[in-house]
Design a protein around this ligand. Structure first.
Ligand code: PEP
Ligand code: MN
Length: 234
């Protein structure tokens, strides 16, 4: 499984044009964030509810929007519009949100907290499972460490651990793990070699013009090279 798309949905035109390009490449699961939990409150925070119609249009085209949810009260309204919920690194400990997601039947991708132990991550998954939602998938997106050379440190060992000792589907997000588009392909291949079941990749038709996370966005050409390098067959 590959989930691809821009960090944020920027406009209907940008989002749907990119979605069409990804669909041509056989990608069916599209990053579709309308709520962005940003470190800096001055920066773009996502389209918010105005972006909801973009998700509907994606679905009308046979695509599956994967949408970050940042607060428990968003769940009820979003659930009719998304194919997969994403819980971001900053919300791995948002237990009210996790409980609320447990009451849905929609798949949830739970990202690892940036400083979370794997044991804490698994407990967070348990919050969702306990509500009755059985489709929880984990996503390793890099952790904080002492070295700031890359944005985060992709914990490949955690992927091996999870695939060895737990039944979870595990994805890797080499975009946030590295923060550098030149490193995304190599980190993606490392994650797959470690046993990851899929990837989440940030792609933008004009990477440097991305409203969020521009440095790590792949162009479509770079994305094509990555797909080829992993033998992706749509
Ligand atoms: C994202 O997927 O754009 C995102 C905010 O990721 P993370 O929660 O891993 O930082
Ligand atoms: Mn991002």
């Amino acid at each position: 499984m590959i989930i691809a798309g821009s960090c944020s949905l920027e406009s209907p035109q940008q989002a749907l044009h990119l979605a069409a390009a990804l669909q041509e490449r056989g990608i069916t699961h599209i990053r579709a964030a309308i709520f962005k939990p940003r470190t800096d409150p001055e920066t773009f925070q996502g389209l918010g509810w105005e972006g909801l119609s973009i998700l509907d249009e994606m679905r009308a085209r046979g695509l599956h929007p994967v949408t970050e949810v940042t607060a428990p009260e968003q769940v009820e309204k979003l659930v009719e519009h998304v194919s997969v919920f994403q819980v971001g690194t900053r919300n791995m400990y948002n237990y009210e949100l996790l409980r609320e997601l447990g009451h849905t039947k929609t798949p949830v991708i739970l990202k690892r907290g940036m400083s979370a132990y794997v044991s804490e991550w698994l407990k967070s998954a348990e919050y969702i499972l306990r509500g009755g939602n059985e489709d929880v998938r984990l996503c390793e997106r890099g952790i904080r460490s002492f070295d700031t050379l890359t944005r985060n440190v992709l914990d490949v060992g955690a992927i091996v651990y999870l695939k060895t000792y737990t039944p979870f589907t595990v994805y890797a997000d080499p975009s946030h793990a590295t923060g550098d588009r030149r490193l995304v392909g190599g980190a993606a291949r490392a994650a797959l070699a470690a046993g990851a079941d899929g990837l989440m990749i940030e792609v933008h038709e004009e990477p440097d013009a991305s409203w969020t996370d521009a440095k790590q966005a792949l162009s479509l050409e770079m994305f094509d090279a990555l797909l080829e390098s992993i033998g992706w067959n749509a």
